[in-house]
Ligand binder design. Structure first.
Ligand code: SAH
Ligand code: SF4
Length: 352
């Protein structure tokens, strides 16, 4: 039912009284449940009739890591598309990392999703259902020591959200207006679709914007991020400044550190200049090596030095934790593995 807009639910419920639509909407968006059987205030006949329409996908693989504080899911849609979602529990927040496309057409060289290519866009309902599923899973088994519901959403799974703008926009509308998630707790991450950044700046919601930069000059950025040839760094700086001016929200720059490619002190100094122009803070992420790529992360001391150089230049910089490394979290890696049908050590939930 997540494929139907909340206000159109009445049309699939048939000749039911209006309050039923409200009940179903609550079960879907306010207090999601894993199984339709748990929608206890609906008549059994209605539950049976809706059972097949509840989720737009089924859970194929579940993995846990980091002492059970990270859960990674691979969902499969009826048309065979794979969707990756990662849930991460922290002391004061529970963050879900969601996908916006199946695969990605942007072709960033270090990214497993980019190496795989593009299958299709996700529908708004398929995007929202990932968050609802996380909420339903947390209700039935919370992560010890973390909030028992999703507090933060990041569009950092598979796909380029701003290349699927209208569906992502509709998913934001449902997450914020129907599910009640604060726009300030949602982060849209983009590789730099400048017109999409401008459109997002004009939307009514104060969501956070992350720009995946990875290189500080156009020649080297175009090599690892092909989209840079279309929207070079100066365009991104302008768009980021417009976003900041429109929303009053600080932009963040994501920088995946790759040994020998973007990890020198010179790179850090050039990045500091761009961060200052964008009024952005910087998240540094050591590369998670991919099965098809040759790139490697720098050793620890270089990571530390890179972050220190940024801070010395007056930039707020943090090293992002690399949750779920041992379960190939995020970045299209689980799907890559399942597609190649190598041994899967994880729990296969419902093989089909
Ligand atoms: N397409 C969007 C959002 C999905 S990628 C974007 O590129 O921003 C989410 C983040 O994961 C990006 O910052 C991306 O650079 C990073 N990423 C991709 N592959 C990675 C890898 N192998 N190791 C570490 N970070 C990676
Ligand atoms: Fe696509 Fe983002 Fe991966 Fe680049 S880093 S290929 S934009 S998912």
């Amino acid at each position: 039912m997540y494929l139907t807009a909340p206000e159109d639910l009445g049309s699939i419920l048939g000749d039911q009284p209006a309050y039923r639509t409200d009940q179903v909407r609550n079960w879907l968006y306010r207090t999601p449940v894993l199984s339709i059987a748990d929608m206890t205030n609906l008549p059994a006949e209605l539950r049976r009739r809706l059972a097949d329409r509840h989720w737009p996908f089924h859970l194929e693989i579940e993995q846990t890591a980091d002492a059970h504080t990270t859960r990674k899911w691979l969902f499969r849609t009826p048309d065979g598309a794979a969707i990756e979602t990662v849930l991460m529990g922290y002391p004061k927040r529970t963050t879900v990392c969601i996908s916006s496309q199946v695969g990605c057409a942007m072709g960033c060289t270090f990214c497993a999703t980019g190496q795989y290519g593009f299958d299709r866009h996700l529908e708004a309902g398929e995007i929202v259902a990932q968050v609802a599923y996380a909420n339903a899973a947390l209700r039935s088994s919370p992560i010890a020591g973390s909030p028992d519901h999703v507090t933060n959403v990041v569009f950092m799974g598979m796909g380029e959200p701003l290349a699927n703008y209208d569906r992502v926009r509709e998913s934001l509308r449902r997450l914020i207006e129907t599910m009640g998630i604060s726009a300030r707790s949602i982060t849209v991450s983009t590789v730099g679709v400048a017109p999409g950044i401008r459109r997002l700046a004009a939307e009514p919601w104060p969501v956070n914007l992350a720009i995946s930069l990875h290189a500080a000059d156009d020649a080297s950025r175009s090599e690892i991020v092909p989209l840079n040839r279309r929207y070079p760094i100066d365009d991104l700086v302008t768009a980021a400044r417009e976003f900041f001016a429109a929303k009053g929200r600080r932009v963040s720059i994501e920088w995946t550190l790759i040994a020998g490619k973007n990890d020198s002190e010179g790179d850090a100094a050039a990045l500091a200049g761009i961060a200052e122009r964008m009024r952005a803070h910087v998240n540094v992420i050591p590369l998670n090596p991919t099965p098809l790529g040759e790139d490697r992360p720098p050793d620890r001391s270089r990571v530390t030095r890179f972050v220190r150089t940024l801070r010395d230049a007056g930039i707020t910089a943090t090293e992002r934790d690399t949750r779920g490394r041992d379960i190939d979290a995020a970045c299209g890696q689980l799907r890559l593995r399942s597609a190649r049908r190598t041994e899967l050590p994880e729990r296969v939930v419902s093989p089909r």
